[in-house]
Design a binder for this molecule. Structure first.
Ligand code: ADP
Ligand code: MG
Length: 271
């Protein structure tokens, strides 16, 4: 039997099966010293995410505001990327563009080899549902839905199988949320538990790309570390591509590479 530590209850360990679909959960010790061989990012093939001269300008009554300007970079399958920069520099704008939540004014965004520029709203929704899991800064859970229903939602949108709880239960198990919490609403859960629900929701459709905006910004240090270990695991041991916005250098240490952004522009390419 494999265990993962429940950060909301330090001495309690939640039993988990070794493998749940593609999601494999390590022993907590192996999070620190993994027993399986980490998957190296594949930089020899096509990028999984590619920005070519991407500009996003917000038009307000008071004038135009630059979100990001002429941003170009490639991200390869399995990479763990931190996007860093001062407040207001365009980090969230960049992530929203990457997640196809909004469209740029100029430039091209390629996701899994597909140029998103000519895609209709329906095609973008389809791409998002199959390819991208988005973890929002403030969790963005539906307040009236249980944890289980929140996680199930994108699965039902993708498959139409509204009576099928199995996949949502697997995703919640994979992030270490005990079943006694599955029917709680977000306001009946701690910050760490809400973030686990948000991660489970991002994983429910088994996407190759995970995007997260300040995933530990609203969590205490210990819970934040457990969430970072989980994200790191999704990258290093499942080969998912993780792009994380953060302003915290300690959180950025988990990443393979940092994209720095200042005043909407990527600084000196990619470090
Ligand atoms: P960060 O996440 O780095 O703090 P953002 O991407 O949120 O930065 O913001 C970059 C710039 O774009 C800021 O000047 C911000 O005010 C502006 N901005 C972001 N989103 C919007 C929006 N929806 N409408 C208008 N301006 C926006
Ligand atoms: Mg932001």
């Amino acid at each position: 039997m494999i265990y993962i530590t429940n950060p909301d209850s330090p001495i309690e360990k939640v039993p988990l099966p070794w493998s749940i679909g593609r999601i494999r959960i390590p022993h907590p010790d192996s999070l620190i010293s993994p027993t399986t061989t980490p998957i190296k990012p594949d930089t020899s093939n096509e990028p999984i995410i590619s920005f070519h001269s991407v500009t996003k300008i917000y038009t307000l009554e008071s004038g135009n505001v630059t979100g990001i300007e002429e941003v170009t970079f490639d991200i390869y399958p399995g990479e763990f990327i931190a996007v860093m920069g001062p407040s207001g520099s365009g980090k969230s704008t960049l992530l929203d563009m990457m997640g196809c939540l909004d469209v740029p004014n100029n430039g091209d965004i390629w996701i899994t080899g597909q140029n998103t520029r000519m895609m209709s709203d329906n095609q973008l929704t389809d791409l998002r549902l199959h390819t991208i899991g988005f973890i929002f800064q403030y969790f963005n859970l539906f307040p009236l839905f249980s944890a289980l229903k929140n996680v199930q939602y994108p699965y039902v949108v993708r498959t139409g199988r509204s009576g099928d709880n199995k996949r949502a239960e697997e995703a919640l198990t994979s992030v270490g949320l005990e079943s006694k919490f599955w029917h709680h609403r977000p306001n009946q859960l701690s910050g760490g538990q809400q973030q686990r629900v948000a991660i489970a929701r991002a994983l429910v459709n088994d996407p190759p790309i995970i995007l997260c905006d300040e995933p530990t910004g609203n969590l205490d240090t210990k819970t934040g570390k457990a969430i970072m270990d989980l994200l790191s695991y999704l990258s290093k041991h499942e080969g998912r591509t993780v792009v994380m916005v953060t302003h915290d250098p300690r959180t950025a240490e988990y990443a393979d590479r940092i994209i720095r952004i200042v005043d909407g522009r990527v600084e000196n390419g990619v470090s």
